[in-house]
Write a protein that binds this ligand. Sequence first.
Ligand code: LR7
Ligand code: MN
Length: 584
Amino acid sequence: TNIRRGRIFRTTGVCAILLLFIYAIHSYSRSNGNVDSYEKLIVNEPPSKYKFHKDIYPTLQTELGNFEPRFKNIVKGPGEEGLPYHMPQDRANDIAESESEYGMNIAASNDIAMNRSIPDTRLDECKYWHYPEELPSTSVIIVFHNEGFSVLMRTVHTVIDRSPPNILKEVVMVDDFSDKDDLKENLDNYVKRWKGKVRIIRNNERQGLIRTRSRGALEATGEVIVFLDAHCEVNINWLPPLLAPIYRDYKIMTVPVIDGIDHKTFEYRPVYSHGINYRGIFEWGMLYKENEVPDREASLHKHKSEPYKSPTHAGGLFAINRNYFLEIGAYDPGLLVWGGENFELSFKIWQCGGSIEWVPCSRVGHVYRAFMPYSFGNLAKNRKGSLITINYKRVIETWFDEEHKEFFYTREPMARFLDMGDISEQVALRDKLNCKSFGWYMENVAYDVYDKFPKLPKNIHWGMVKNKAIGLCLDTMGKAAPSYIGVQSCHGAGNNQLFRLNEAGQLGVGERCLEADTDSLKQTICRLGTVDGPWRYDKEHNHLIHRLHSYCLTLQPNSRTLGLAPCDPNNTYQQWSITQKNPK
Ligand code: LR7
Ligand code: MN
């Protein structure tokens, strides 16, 4: 759950570097009542087998866009207009039950219409873009494992209702070995209403979402594939803006802006304040982050409603040319269940000649759950250490250079010892596709990562921090920052007890920093853009010394609370060892 909590994290701040890059913008003829258009010069010529329309751009006009719906029904009911649905008190049991089973309030979802209205969260300008009429045929792929039926089907309903029927070729639902009864014949029967337009494919063993998506891509028949999580609601006119960039250049992968749907009330909320654009980045432990689009990118665009380039994406929702996705190897099949595949695909696309664009005029709601309601099943067996960290390791070992790999291992010291399996096929693919270096990617695409997450100084010590007097170890007590650090019996498993002290004096745990006072030791959110800190380890006396009065970290014998006190070489409550057993 720590990982999930840490996923979305927005940072503001503006990058002062001005543009001068590879994209030339040329002005466009304004006949046909066009007010404006977005366009880039395309440099690469496509292989002939791809349809490619490099001269066809969307145009911003004074009339309502060609794919915009003209009517809107007003209906009253629970959750309509995306308003929060508060269930009556006497349903408290249903709510508690569905939240523990699904991580979301399925009982509430069951009362809400499949085709409820949701607010149009786009910039007003989005209604006036006109898109090419001949957009590529599209398969929407929804992979699922034990999802709540009504939430799953609302995803499908909104796709069918809000996509142009001649463009939406099919919805491919891939069941990743669910065992809930209502997802069996009941589901087969339900989709009959769409007369074959919605297909169900089932895995005969659990594969995890990553491999299941690759399977969906193989089975799909559309020219473009769009992946959605199984708890989404697509918003008004979401599809054409995603397809237009791919129609122009098949190596562009596009990503909608993901609004939030509350897992308790199903309230639909815009993710960003109006008119502010964000893009996907990461910190060195490979937690996904979002950052306000830096000037260097924003200044390439005349309109805030235009697609813009992004280093990466959250993972679940995106559109890509199917052949292109398969040609770059789909996902690394060695990535198991959950996590890291968003980076694998992003690094691969960017480094091997493609690009990623976020599309502000395409909005899709996603239910953010309170916790992950499923286990990793047999796929996690025989795997020591965290499976997600193993995924990250495969990705960084394939795509990073030596310098940046070190940052990952500095932030995740145990990862060095994890068995990531064989990556030779991934490396061979990278070579075959003639991909550029990670340094190139950092300089030209992900340059704003360094503003928030600078290069990491090396660790001088890392591991469990054990008190000499009582033999207990510092522990985050499983709480999220900001929170007090406590002591617990030493377990050697890392996680909440894995601390690291770097050359620049930062004492950290996970992505958090330790701050101290005379009567407290806390984990806090590290000040963005900094990697230093007030700590030093005195090996001779086993003291952890803080810059504040040069006091020592001290455990209070009775209360077992922590804080700073004047150093005393005879006080064993001030003596700490920082070591780690070989995690193998
Ligand atoms: O074993 C599994 N098999 C599956 O088919 C586990 C899950 N799944 C399905 C599941 O039913 C769902 O439809 O896979 C889909 C994604 O799983 P989630 O919803 O549990 O993932 P998430 O929303 O917690 O996590 C995000 O990161 C994942 C990393 O692997 C995936 O990329 C998810 O798609 C991704 N979700 C988003 O990007 C939505 C935006 C929110 C964020 C962050
Ligand atoms: Mn999800």
